[in-house]
Design a binder for this molecule. Structure first.
Ligand SMILES: Cc1cc2nc3c(=O)[nH]c(=O)nc-3n(C[C@H](O)[C@H](O)[C@H](O)COP(=O)(O)OP(=O)(O)OC[C@H]3O[C@@H](n4cnc5c(N)ncnc54)[C@H](O)[C@@H]3O)c2cc1C
Length: 401
């Protein structure tokens, strides 16, 4: 399927990377994705393949052993991977966000320690803001880090860690009162701690427990967990960037590129749904002709393809804006909002085109139908995107009367 979601102006290296990833997705991911997903099985072989392709280091600078590629290249790879299986893009995403935060905000020692091993996929990243009582309202975080000599002692419970079990480095956002007296604005009294741990479940480090996987309706294969800190001791040099009170900004920077990534996932899942719908519509006959020949179905296909194109264009625009060094929160928010909503709609239309068979686990669309809703929530819900978009629009279009 080559007609839709084309990207003009890519250089030779970008085209080569994308064609390699597309090939990998078609040969190694699509044929096994649904089976693995139904078994909720971690895609170990696929992850090994991604490591060999260098995808864990795609955006990590070359001096640290990565490929030093742009956000656009990364997002286009994610789009391809999500076309194959969204869970696989989830495995890379939190790793990518942590690597990005280290690159942008880490001390030299932190970069030297983690980025080369992250580029190889030996150290794998997860990031943790959400808690049982909060997701959208990050300022309400209650997990706390308190200084004790050369260490910080962390206490609190975190929720919804993508790759919580398989990761070995978690960027954890906590409140830290050191130097930030009572009454300091919440976003100025938060710190990102770089927490190293063994992969796995149970007590993975003294004071740190990862209970089992959360059982989810979709987005299976990739592990999503809680994280419990009970007197977890972290050396002071594992404060991201070396200074407390910067955590909120660091995380929001990470989430902003994460939003382009979620938009790219929405594009990939929508493309796959379109491919499945347009193929089925030409095979299934009703009233003496393929259902694709009924105008109602053609209209559905037209709407689906238009949404695939629009979402792709907005996602590419948001990535290019960030790559050019400009602020892209407006574009990233719009792309994430539109791509995730369109993804849900395109998947729903492809599901309807399949008639009763869409409800059968034998058909791939059944899996996509359970996966698409996650994109409406992750990296900020639609309501949160609209809050960001609205605020930015009022900044840009300030009434001058
Ligand atoms: C599968 C999965 C993986 C995840 N992975 C991670 C991860 O790796 N790391 C991490 O930190 N988090 C992760 N999350 C958490 C995710 O970011 C949150 O679920 C999300 O931000 C929403 O927060 P919430 O679930 O607490 O909903 P709430 O914030 O409680 O929101 C509930 C509803 O109220 C709406 N709402 C909230 N505030 C407002 C407002 N001011 N105005 C209007 N409407 C509002 C929301 O849009 C939503 O519809 C993951 C979640 C899922 C489901």
């Amino acid at each position: 399927m080559t007609r839709l979601a084309q990207t003009a102006g890519l250089n030779d290296i970008q085209q080569e990377i994308l064609s390699t990833v597309r090939d990998f997705v078609d040969k190694e991911i699509i044929p096994v994705a649904t089976q693995l997903e139904h078994r909720d099985e971690y895609p170990t072989e696929i992850v090994e393949g991604l490591k060999e392709l260098g995808l864990f280091g795609l955006m990590i600078p070359e001096e640290y052993g990565g490929l030093g590629e742009s956000l656009l290249t990364y997002a286009l790879c994610v789009e391809e991977i999500a076309r194959g299986w969204m869970s696989v893009s989830g495995i890379i995403n939190t790793h990518f966000i942590v690597a990005y935060m280290l690159k942008q905000h880490g001390t030299q020692e932190q970069k030297d320690t983690f980025l080369p091993r992250m580029a190889l996929g030996e150290v794998r990243g997860a990031f943790s803001m959400s808690e049982p009582a909060l997701g959208s309202d990050v300022s309400a975080i209650t997990s706390k880090g308190v200084r004790d000599g050369d260490e910080y002692v962390l206490n609190g419970q975190k929720m919804w860690l993508t790759n919580g079990g398989t990761s070995s480095l978690v960027a954890v956002l906590c409140r830290s009162d050191e130097g930030h007296p009572e009454g300091t604005a919440p976003h100025k009294s938060m710190t990102t701690f770089l927490v190293e741990k063994e992969p796995g479940f149970g007590e993975v480090r003294p004071g740190l427990t990862i209970p089992g996987k959360i059982d989810k309706m979709g987005y299976k294969g990739v592990d999503t967990t809680e994280l419990i800190m009970d007197g977890l001791r972290i050396p002071a040099n594992r404060v991201l960037g070396g200074t407390t009170g910067r955590g909120f900004y660091q995380m929001m920077d990470g989430v902003e590129v994460g939003r382009v990534n979620v938009a790219a996932r929405g594009c990939g899942v929508a493309q796959r749904a379109f491919e499945l719908g347009v193929s089925y519509a030409q095979q299934r006959h009703t009233f003496g002709k393929p259902i694709a020949q009924h105008q109602a179905i053609q209209f559905k296909l037209a709407e689906m393809a238009t949404k695939v194109e629009a979402a792709h264009a907005m996602m590419v625009n948001a990535a290019r804006k960030k790559d050019s060094g400009e602020r892209n929160d407006l574009e990233a928010g719009m792309a994430k909002y539109l791509a995730s909503e369109y993804c849900k709609e395109v998947v729903e239309d492809a599901f309807r085109i399949h008639g009763g068979y869409g409800f059968s686990k034998e058909y791939e669309i059944e899996r996509l139908y359970r996966e698409a809703p996650m994109l409406l929530i992750g990296e900020g819900t639609a309501e949160i995107q609209k809050m960001i978009i609205g605020r930015r629009l009022l900044e840009e279009y300030r009434f001058q009367g």
